[in-house]
Ligand binder design. Sequence first.
Ligand code: ZN
Length: 276
Amino acid sequence: MQDTKRTGSSQVLITRILVAVLWPVWLISPILAQAQSGSGATVDPAVIEDLVAANRILADQGVLDGFGHVSIRHPANPAHLLMSRSLAPALTTAADILEYGPDCNAVDDRGRASFLERFIHCEVYKARPDVKCVVHTHSPGVVPFAASTVPLRPMYHVAGFLAAGVPVFEIRKAAGMTNMLIANAALGKALAETLGDKPVVLMRGHGNVVVGPSVQTAVFRAVYTEINARLQTQALALGGAVTYLEPEEGAKADIIQQQVVMRPWELWKAKAMAGK
Ligand SMILES: [Zn+2]
């Protein structure tokens, strides 16, 4: 009996020692696996759900149609990003999300096509460590401002982020005559340089790129860039002088808007995901 007890307690002791020695290895084994493969880090399903919601919200709000895309910086691997395969944004599901490495190729494309303009996303993340989400749109109300000498400026407080200034990317300066698509790293880099430290850059003859420190803020900005553009067109059509937000007003308003960004996000998400 005593021997059995002793054997039993020895086994418990050995087990405890093994657990104490090995648990840190177990804890970091997923990280080691990621480091070895350079990718494939597990992503919280809630993060993927928000990325899917972002695609559907922007389609629902008329900012994206059959074209355009949204990406997020990979939460566990900042040099990588997550984005849908080539697909109309309104149709995106969690199964369509692919991971891209710094070379802007899918880590595992599972036989699926990628967006031609994915270089927009890859190069913006490289240039802007503060950016966690990138949206590329052909936002219809914005396109006239990308083609005009009239700058896009903030009409009201919810678009205060535009007060930082909205540069326009002229693709001819970077590459002469093109098909207008940002389909390689050099063009993506040139576009990211024009964006600079701003939240929005317009693309002449094409659309825009909107960025933010979260998926919610980037979606908010993409929606209100479109609405602001339409309001500004209406104000200009009135014919009188238009008074825009001052840079200081815009900066102050943007701080508040970022604090309440979840309110429209929850509304837009509920509408866009209803019945999905
Ligand atoms: Zn495009």
